[in-house]
Design a protein around this ligand. Sequence first.
Ligand SMILES: Nc1ncnc2c1ncn2[C@@H]1O[C@H](COP(=O)(O)OP(=O)(O)OP(=O)(O)O)[C@@H](O)[C@H]1O
Ligand SMILES: O=P(O)(O)OC[C@H]1O[C@H](OP(=O)(O)OP(=O)(O)O)[C@H](O)[C@@H]1O
Length: 221
Amino acid sequence: MEKSSLITLALSKGRIFEDTVPLLQAAGIEVPESPENSRKLILPTSDPNLRLLVVRASDVPTYVQYGAADIGIAGKDILYEHTKEHPGGLYQPIDLDIAKCRLAVAVRQDFDYEAAVKQGARLRVATKYVNVTREHFARKGVYVDIIKLYGSMELAPLVGLADAIVDIVSTGGTLRANGLVPVEDVAPISSRLIVNQASLKTRAKYLQPLIDAFAAASQGK
Ligand SMILES: Nc1ncnc2c1ncn2[C@@H]1O[C@H](COP(=O)(O)OP(=O)(O)OP(=O)(O)O)[C@@H](O)[C@H]1O
Ligand SMILES: O=P(O)(O)OC[C@H]1O[C@H](OP(=O)(O)OP(=O)(O)O)[C@H](O)[C@@H]1O
């Protein structure tokens, strides 16, 4: 097969993979192996022109930006952080309306967030989402010290590492299980299709039909 006809799509395993398979199926593309039952990081599809790269959710924009993948699927939370630090190079044509959740500020049940904000106290906020958090509190005019974490943010207020966290909330179950409450929404989140801008120019013939198929499948959900 001519190399340039092969399209590489980067995505993460778990919820994004699971929500993407039905979109591919709607486009007539089957994925015979899944990251749940295979250790392979490059997965073929029933379309000989399309393969999948299984990478960490936070790494998807990097693979696409550098052209190691032509196209990818990433949460707006990840995209926001990535594009702040590495602007340009990524085209984000479609909101796929999958992996829906929200970014929110949460605190311990016994922490009076409104009072702390009113008093103009300097808040310590733990998060993986440093840029979106800095901008959120700057908009509110609240001074914050941001502590970068890579996961299990819910722990930080429980052990005195932070007054508040900014994290993903969906059902609210994780916050509840840890005695935390959401006090403020930061941004609604869903996943977007992202495309390497150079690939789109040089390989539109192969990429555009796939982008159109994703658009149709996500609208028909
Ligand atoms: N509970 C949830 N419900 C719905 N969508 C979610 C939920 N948690 C995260 N997401 C969305 O799904 C995306 C992928 O989440 P996933 O848990 O697979 O990766 P991650 O653990 O956040 O990232 P990484 O592995 O790079 O640290 C997130 O970027 C977010 O947009
Ligand atoms: O409001 P909820 O429905 O409880 O969802 C929120 C949780 O979901 C995500 O964690 P996930 O389950 O993906 O685990 P991980 O990101 O730590 O792997 C996120 O980091 C929150 O902790």
